[in-house]
Design a protein around this ligand. Sequence first.
Ligand code: SF4
Length: 436
Amino acid sequence: MPRTFCIPERYSSDLLGYLKQRRGELDPRKKDKSPTVLPLGELTLKFARHFGFCFGVENAIEIAYRAVSENPGKRIFLLSEMIHNPHVNDDLRSRGVEFLFTTYGEECIPLEEVTANDVVIIPAFGTTREMFQKLEEKGVDIVRYNTTCPFVEKVWKRGAQLGAKGFAIIIHGKARHEETRATFSHISKNAPSLIIADTEEAHWLSRFIRGQETLSAFHEKFSGRFSESFVPERDLLRLGVVNQTTMLASETRDISRILRDALLERFGESSIQEHFSDTRDTLCYATSENQEATQALIQSGGDVSLVVGGYNSSNTSHLVELCEEHFPSYFVKGPEDLLSVDTIRHLSLDRWELSESSPWFPEPSSYRPVEVVITSGASCPDALVQAVVQRLLELRKIPFQRFVEGVERSLQQLERVHDSGVPSVPSPFLTQIGGE
Ligand code: SF4
């Protein structure tokens, strides 16, 4: 039985929650990655099998709101954005929660202002050892409202274990992201550590391992991204790879393969285990599920995609990257980005700026409906996804009731496909919501 969390209702969508719950009941082992397809006449909506809040985000939200309710009258600080979703962060701000740092570590409120009487919430990404130490020295309770995700801590522990065995650690992540800074801080205490961004940098390291790159070039390329203890000519010969948990898991696997191949070439199969440690089990299951479900969604085809999430959300941007390769894709943070039937505002990842596109919606044809692919990042509430759908239907002049009925029909179809013996339960929505 998966753990359930107490999160504010305003983040939930009864309808999408029902959809997810039924799909979970029909497929408890999560083998079926196929999307949920809702034909609604002139358009068809296709939802990824997995989307939205992950375990770590729900855990963090539960703890953060508990911190607010348990401490009336106290100053409550978040070290930085709890998760990368502006709606959630704004709501916490409106309840008096103050942010000490920006996502990139710039100070918003001087740390000197924090006292032992204050409450400090550690975000889901965790924080650095140095920050834990500073807060502890002030007498702040760093345990009670620590929302660091257990899957991030698992990465830290594995890094420490490998360091004790003499391995260095390659961290696949964005050097400025708070999770990567935290992971680097924790792991580099126990193991020489290096942050790399992508497969291009892994290929560069593989050339270094093969003796085709120089030490000075290494220092120039990776300046500021390796620990003091990192000695490239020694440490690149005995490696484990972990990641910022929201990176593309497939890219982390590619990085591992590239480095392993270089070590294999140099040392041979018989001694590869002394030079490369398999760390695949540290990849976050929730990130992998969302990314694999998005791949399945893409394979099922579509005309246009909407990916919902905070613009600074790393995992959401990776979902957008996956979709962009296949169809026009729009990274929106909520219904307000669907400006009109013709115009959409979205984050353009290649230029990293807000853009407006017009026209953005493919013209419906008399031959087949327009297929709209929908997914969302791990920090995006289902309520926002539903609001985006509602806005889209409103713009296309499609009654919301048709969406409600589409969910039910689609689930019945899936029940037949799964032939699971799970009895078909009457939808709580068809009776709740009036006709067209
Ligand atoms: S993406 Fe994974 S590691 Fe990150 S918060 Fe969610 S469950 Fe935890």
